[in-house]
Structure formats: structure tokens, C-alpha cells
Design a protein around this ligand. Structure first.
Ligand code: HEC
Length: 133
């Protein structure tokens, strides 16, 4: 009798722990994609590549997932930084479509600044072994 009452609770707890662990595992993948895409888009702006709008939209989507992750943790500072990077990525896409180079550079700078701000506040460890704090 007792076991049948406890079992669902244990299962439910185990499941929620898994969901949290899963999004932490995804997080590192998002960051790697963000770093790669940021690099590509920076080069793309310099060489006036036609890929910039798509890449910038991809970046915005990644920052959106990052923002949702931090919303789940109630870390309002990180949410704000991620939102800023997300908005700047969308601006970059628009600026690239319009061929507005000054605005492209400004958006890139905002995106670049967001990396450092969030890492200072919420990243621990060192290369190859980063974690979330
Ligand atoms: C809102 C917070 C936030 C923003 C914005 C952010 N990062 Fe991160 N980043 C983190 C945290 C937390 C970690 C550590 C956790 C991890 O590595 O999974 C991290 C880890 C990383 C890693 C290491 C990944 C790994 O696991 O090896 C790279 C590379 C990285 N970020 C690049 C960037 C770049 C480039 C930008 C900006 C274009 C950026 N990040 C913006 C929070 C952020």
C-alpha cells in the first residue's frame, strides 16, 4: 500500500530532475553554436555576405532559448542580457537586409558585449570545463 503511494512521487521527482539536467546539457550546445554563428556573422558583415540575415536570425533564435532557460531560473539579470543579445541579433538581420553598415556594426558590438556580461555573472570554470552559476 505504502509503496504504491510513494512510487508515483519518486517517478515524478526523477522526471523533473531529468528535464532540468537535459536543458543544462543543451545549454553548452547552444553556447557552442552561438560562438560559431557569431564568428561567421562577424566575418559575413566584413565581407558583405548574403548569409548575414539568416545567420543573424539563427543567432536570435539561440539567444531566445538562452533567455527562456534563465527565465526558468528566475535570474532577471541574465534574462535581460539574453534579451538584449536577441534584439540586437534581429536588428543585425534587418540592418544587413537594408545594407546599413553602421547599424550592422553597432548590433554586432551589442551582441559581443552581452557575451562578456553574462559570462562574468553566470559562468564558472575554465576552457573545456565551464559550468552555470
Ligand atoms: C545570458 C547569459 C549568456 C550570454 C548572453 C552568453 N553566454 Fe556563453 N555561456 C554562458 C554560461 C552560463 C556558460 C557556461 C555553461 C556552459 O558552458 O554550458 C557559457 C559558456 C559559453 C561557452 C563554452 C561552451 C562550452 O561548454 O564549452 C562559449 C564558447 C560561449 N559561452 C560563448 C558565448 C558567446 C560567443 C556569446 C555572445 C555572442 C555568449 N556566449 C553569450 C552564458 C551566456
Amino acid at each position: 500500500m505504502k509503496i504504491t503511494a510513494v512510487l508515483p512521487i519518486v517517478l515524478a521527482l526523477g522526471f523533473s530532475v531529468c528535464v532540468i539536467a537535459q536543458s543544462e546539457a543543451d545549454y553548452s550546445g547552444w553556447m557552442k553554436d552561438i560562438a560559431k554563428t557569431k564568428q561567421k556573422v562577424t566575418k559575413g558583415v566584413a565581407s558583405k555576405s548574403a548569409d548575414v540575415p539568416d545567420d543573424a536570425e539563427h543567432l536570435a533564435g539561440l539567444f531566445q532559448m538562452v533567455r527562456t532557460f534563465w527565465e526558468g531560473r528566475n535570474a532577471s539579470d541574465a534574462v535581460e542580457i539574453a534579451k538584449k543579445a536577441e534584439d540586437a541579433s534581429k536588428e543585425l538581420a534587418e540592418a544587413a537586409k537594408a545594407g546599413d553598415e553602421a547599424k550592422e556594426q553597432a548590433s554586432l558590438q551589442t551582441i559581443g558585449g552581452a557575451c562578456g556580461q553574462c559570462h562574468m555573472a553566470h559562468r564558472e570554470g575554465s576552457q573545456g570545463n565551464f559550468s552555470i552559476k
